[in-house]
Design a protein around this ligand. Sequence first.
Ligand code: PLP
Length: 430
Amino acid sequence: MNIIRSGRLFEEAQKYIPGGVNSPVRAFKSVGGKPLFIKKGIGSKIYDVDGNEYVEYIGSWGPHLFGHNPPFIKKALLQAIENGTSFGAPTELEVKMAKLITEMVPSVEMVRMVNSGTEATMSAVRAARGYTKRDKFIKFEGCYHGHADHFLIKAGSGALTLGIPTSPGVTKANAADTLLADYNDIESVKKLVSANKGEIAAIIIEPIAGNMGVVAGSKEFLTELRVICNEEKIILIFDEVMTGFRVAKGGAQELLNIKPDLSTFGKIIGGGLPVGAFGGKKEIMEMIAPAGPVYQAGTLSGNPLAMAAGYAGLKYINDNPEIYKTLEEKSAYLEEGFRENLKEVNKNYALNRVGSMMCMFFTEKHVNDFQSAVTSDTGLYGKYFLEMLKRGIYLAPAQFEAVFVSTAHSTEDLDKTITAHLKALKAVLL
Ligand SMILES: *Cc1c(COP(=O)(O)O)cnc(C)c1O
């Protein structure tokens, strides 16, 4: 594999950009490699600056449900750009977008667009605090809600991968109002709630966690969370930045049949452009300025290009709900192939999957929370990652991330991946 140009660019990038990248996990640090610089993506494949082709499963960390650069999103973008890039004034498409989101996700009665998942979760917690007039909130160990100060406490994703789940720069005061519970452990929540009676504004959770690898919240656990929130007048926030429009048209809340008070979105909702959104019950959302006193704003929020790409994607999903059946079939096929391979190498590694989100953990423990997830051998994952890359399969350069299957992955792609998986396992284990 020739990666000379990527190598040169990385050398230069490190001079001008911290660590050479604009988001940490991209740097391949935890897998002991050097990042590839990508030139283009088409469907299930990406191409680096040295001309290598990869079947890839990151999908820009979630947005690309239809693979790279699907023609209908490209067309929507080209049409939108004819009229200009940004006005800082309302546009018709924002209304259509908001209406479509409320139709697809019934718990969302009103929605505000922002520019990233981080902004969405940050603003949702602020809304919950403003509405309840309480300061504290509960988050779960291993869940990632973006990089706002109060979330960077035992956080997942890159923070976990790079061993900085609780970041320097986050003040004690900021951390003090963040209460930590254990995922899938209702007793840990009950303890916090009774020790902080009447002081908790919100419980925020990834209903299907995708940032400590893939770990599904059990229906029983999440149902009990809903009950506790009702009893204690705590706002339940489902962070569906990853799961929204991925696991079902209406997100994880549709699969689970549980209605949160607020939901946050990102990734797929922007069709590959920088977008996030938060929404939910009207009476909470009407707390947001200028309807109410909770301040929230954004120069580029509801940007016409982002709305065009996002709306095209959501509309496609809404008009073609059968894509979830296709995604399930493709993902199940991949999972089955991986399971066969694991049998062949005599390993009982945890392989978690919900729809098109999947993760193989290098541990034989049952993985259902943070503690079990971190029993994975991340060194082995790094070697496996590089072996896969060598065979033209581009996975997330970190153990605690998801494999995302898109509608663009062909049977040929999946077969190639399964073959590479067996060879990679053999290479790292034998
Ligand atoms: C990606 C992600 C975020 C952060 O979104 P950004 O757009 O990276 O700020 C928040 N929550 C979850 C669950 C995510 O997966």
